[in-house]
Design a protein around this ligand. Structure first.
Ligand SMILES: [Zn+2]
Length: 251
């Protein structure tokens, strides 16, 4: 297992919103930056049963810092858990503590909060890690299902693709807003989900990210539920940007 880098370098990260859910500065284990191909549950199996769950919980319980440990030690624990999960099941697991709210970095996991609030007594903490991991996997499976339902059909013309892309964008943004509560940094997950969706339709990850950034245009803010009008505008901009066609309205 690669030893996570020391905490001292975290301040050098260009965007502070990532450090709570990144393993130190290991970009390979920052969920927001993973390609869809690295997290797609249809591509990456996850063999899980009660036996595996208890083995994992036992390993994690043995890694927990002693009561009264400084926060650096609690932080080191979570980065080591991420490295352990990634080595055991794959890089997709690194989002296990991308939790709802400010402590979690505006994610969707509810069984975890942050190092200070979530790392404590060994068995309870290990149980939270396992529950968080399973929540994250469920989220990825839910996304894969939604992506399949929302993808433009093969052979669709530009106008039809535009309609599908707009619909997909507004639905996915709405799901992310609901699940994150539009709390601190929620737009980071939103950007990742839209980028993953476009990648799932066959776009390259860089082109997908650029298209999403251009469509959102910095208009989504922390602690602000976007208006219906804004969500529609982002959907339309993404659809028009990718197809050159307005999404037609009355279907
Ligand atoms: Zn917290």
């Amino acid at each position: 297992m690669t030893k996570p880098q020391t905490f001292g370098t975290i301040a050098q990260l260009p965007c502070p919103r990532f450090w709570r859910n990144a393993t130190a500065v290991d970009y390979e284990l920052a969920p927001a930056w993973l390609a869809w191909s690295a997290v797609d549950p249809d591509r990456i199996a996850f063999d899980w049963d009660d036996e595996e769950g208890s083995q994992l919980a036992a390993v994690i319980a043995s890694m927990i810092p002693p009561a009264g440990a400084e926060w650096e030690e609690r932080h080191r624990f979570t980065t080591e858990v991420t490295a352990l999960l990634a080595a055991r099941y794959g890089r997709w697991t690194c989002g296990w503590h991308w939790a709802v709210g400010e402590g979690g970095g505006g994610g969707v996991v509810t069984s975890w909060c942050c190092d200070s609030h979530s790392v404590g007594e060994p068995e309870a903490t290990a149980a939270k890690v396992v529950a968080s991991l399973l929540e994250w996997r469920d989220w990825l499976e839910e996304l894969a299902e939604r992506f399949a339902q929302l993808a433009p059909p093969a052979g669709a013309d530009a106008e039809e693709r535009s309609w599908h892309l707009e619909r997909a964008t507004t639905r996915l943004v709405t799901v992310v807003v609901d699940r994150t509560g539009a709390e601190c940094g929620w737009y980071g997950l939103c950007r990742t989900v839209l980028t993953w969706f476009l990648s799932s339709t066959g776009m390259g990850p860089e082109a997908a990210k650029d298209a999403v950034d251009a469509a959102i245009g910095g208009r989504f803010m922390s602690w602000t539920t976007p208006s219906r009008t804004l969500v529609d505008a982002v959907g339309e901009d993404l659809a028009v940007g990718l197809t050159g066609e307005q999404p037609y309205r009355d279907r």
